[in-house]
Design a protein around this ligand. Sequence first.
Ligand code: AVI
Length: 327
Amino acid sequence: ISDNYPAGLYPLNDTLLGKFREEVLSGLHRKAKRLPSKYFYDKTGDMLFQRIMACPEYYLTNCELEIFQSKTADLAQIITSDNGTFDLIELGAGDATKSQYLLKYLSDQKASFTYMPIDISGNILSVLEKRLKDEITGLDVTCLEGEYFEMLRIAAELSGRRKIVMFLGANIGNMEPREAKEFCRDLRAHLAPGDLVLMGVDLKKHPKLIWEAYNDSAGLTSRFNLNLLHRINRELKGDFDPDQFEHYQTYDPGSGACKSHLVSLQDQIVTIGDSKIVFGRDESVFMEISQKYTLEEVDNLARETGFVPVYSCPDTKGWFVDAFWKA
Ligand code: AVI
């Protein structure tokens, strides 16, 4: 994930474009073809993701919003429980839709802290900084533009206080469980004993609800996936015919793996730059994992990666959790 980049960074610079090409081609040359979902987020992808978050089937955003709006005092209490000063760091802050409620509450309580949003897009950060400063008087904001872990190192140097690191929105779910573990271990290595993590995780629930969240009736998730083919055509000189691919979603209630695929509707050869890729009819390309966990599995993930789970804050339906882990 450290070389991941969040929504809003486009067009890609030459280095990132080279990486994009390399990852797309190596994924499509594998026996079981795959494409990296981190590239979903170009301008159209960002817009589609905003629309997904607002669509009736995609419950995740509302569940986490409910936690931040109605359990603000609980969250704030854990953060301020040791009476010391702290800094609040958010990985991939985006527009801080959820965390702003916590920031406002802590600010109103006269807590002394700096909010440090980390994002690779300076543009997003400057918009965020202006908005928060306008809406929350006296809020101390230090934006950190760059890779998550590199910026976390800088945050630690700047801060010298206890760090509260938020990683919200079920972003951890877009990593395979093995990658998620590696990410959490890396995160732990960047923290000091006593620091806290607030991790937003989508929970296992009735399989139909999960499946429908990724098969919305307006077809937005399908467009979100197919948009990557359009992006490859535009940025990597490809000639995909997106009409010849169909979105196919699976959810395995046992493992909690919710996976999206694109299925080739015919035998076809696609050119990307100088490379030719052969697709058989019905062959699928694995696009994205949105891993779901039980509360117990969330606690286990914490323990296996060097944290102590301290407090779980689920929404009222029990569909989503924001969990505090202590380093
Ligand atoms: C960003 N991420 C947590 C979303 C998810 O639920 O996995 C991305 C997404 N993919 C399809 N719909 C939403």
